[in-house]
Design a protein. Structure first.
Length: 367
């Protein structure tokens, strides 16, 4: 295992972290499945992983509960827990209840990193920071930060926090490299820890390129290991999400791959998708829980974050990442058939900009 050492953190941090969101919920899981997950987390530790990423949203809190059972005794001191609170729980009144719930489920007196899962545009950063700084002084959290934030939000948060390094968790992979334009350089010069979720592009980046096949043969690795190796030369923690022992071992083994400069460029060129404007009326939304803008506003499914909250952020300068689509005749399907995050982005756009039917998108048929 390779580690990152930052002056603002006592623990060295494994460059591979394990995301533990795939636990299901408590009512649908058996004791046998729970025991298997605990054993799997211990296997990750044996491989050198010391960073676990969860959230109160995952499994309705069950993800935190299972992780808490795995990280008892000496396991707790030696490992880093990162958890996140829901955007709707960002107010001073709700965030304290949220943190206490996470501490109880994790069966710990403190969490190492406490992040806003999404910035709530209706809660000023001054108020949020007041709560987070209080929790840190109380010893309930060791550090804090933002997830799914824009560069301007991160910069404002950092300045209001007296230029103290924070934690940033955003999507970053061989296809979606938007954070390279502002966030990654900022994180490096300010000493902020950057966590990359979906480093494998959610398994969507596949190609029949002969040069990529040759690269896999050269390093005796999978294409997914190449994607991780491409990230590893940066001071970034890659959060992988798996419950498969072989996949986990492959993820860790990717740390041994040292790509040449021209090989990195080959990967970037091969998996570089152009952004185009797509008419959202041409996107198939047959699996959407909403059929109208009013449905999306009322959010009867109680989705988090809601389309209305996303539209608020959009109106205050938040830029959505491009939609992930595949061409299907003269229309488009959402990649992999269904993605609630993509559906919510489309409805948020419709709420805020009813007269603008064009959104940016990546078309995955082009790979």
């Amino acid at each position: 295992m390779r580690y990152i050492e930052l002056p603002t953190f006592d623990n060295r941090i494994s460059r591979i972290a394990l995301g533990v969101n795939k636990t299901g919920n408590k009512t649908s899981s058996t004791l046998e499945e729970e025991s298997r997950r605990v054993s799997f987390y211990h296997e990750a530790i044996n491989l050198g992983i010391n960073f676990f990423d969860t959230a109160e949203l995952y499994g309705g809190g069950y993800s935190e509960e299972v992780l808490g059972k795995a990280l008892q005794g000496s396991y707790r001191h030696d490992n880093i827990i990162c958890t996140k609170f829901n955007a709707k729980n960002s107010s001073k009144e709700k965030i304290e209840v949220s943190l206490e719930g996470s501490l109880r489920r994790l069966n710990t007196e403190y969490v190492d990193l406490y992040l806003a899962h999404w910035p709530n545009p209706n809660v000023p950063f001054d108020d949020l920071l007041e709560s987070l700084q209080k929790f840190k002084k109380q010893g309930k959290i060791r550090s804090f930060g933002l997830s799914n934030a824009t560069f301007s939000e991160i910069e404002k948060f950092y300045l209001l926090n007296d230029n103290q390094p924070c934690v940033i968790e955003n999507e970053y992979n061989i296809i979606d490299r938007s954070v390279e334009e502002g966030i990654l350089p900022f994180a490096k010069r300010s000493g902020c820890l950057f966590l990359s979720y979906s480093p494998l592009a959610q398994g969507t980046a596949v190609t029949k390129n002969a040069q990529i096949d040759m690269l896999c043969n050269k390093y005796r690795c999978t294409i997914q290991q190449l994607f991780l190796a491409w990230i590893h030369d940066r001071d970034i923690v890659s959060i992988v999400r798996t419950m498969n022992n072989k996949h986990l071992q492959d993820n860790v083994s990717s740390l041994a791959i040292k790509l040449q400069t021209n090989e990195k460029q080959l990967l970037q060129d091969t998996f570089s998708l152009k952004k185009i404007k797509v008419n959202i009326e041409s996107i198939n939304l047959d699996k959407s829980p909403y059929v109208s803008v009013q449905d999306a506003i009322e959010n009867f499914e109680d989705l988090i974050p809601s389309p209305l909250l996303l539209s608020d952020r959009l109106g205050k300068g938040y830029n959505f990442s491009p939609l992930r689509l595949v061409k299907n005749g003269d229309r488009y399907d959402i990649l992999n058939g269904f993605s609630m995050s993509e559906i919510k982005k489309i409805w948020a756009w419709k709420i805020l900009r009813p007269s603008d039917s064009k959104m940016e998108a990546y078309i995955y048929n082009d790979l």
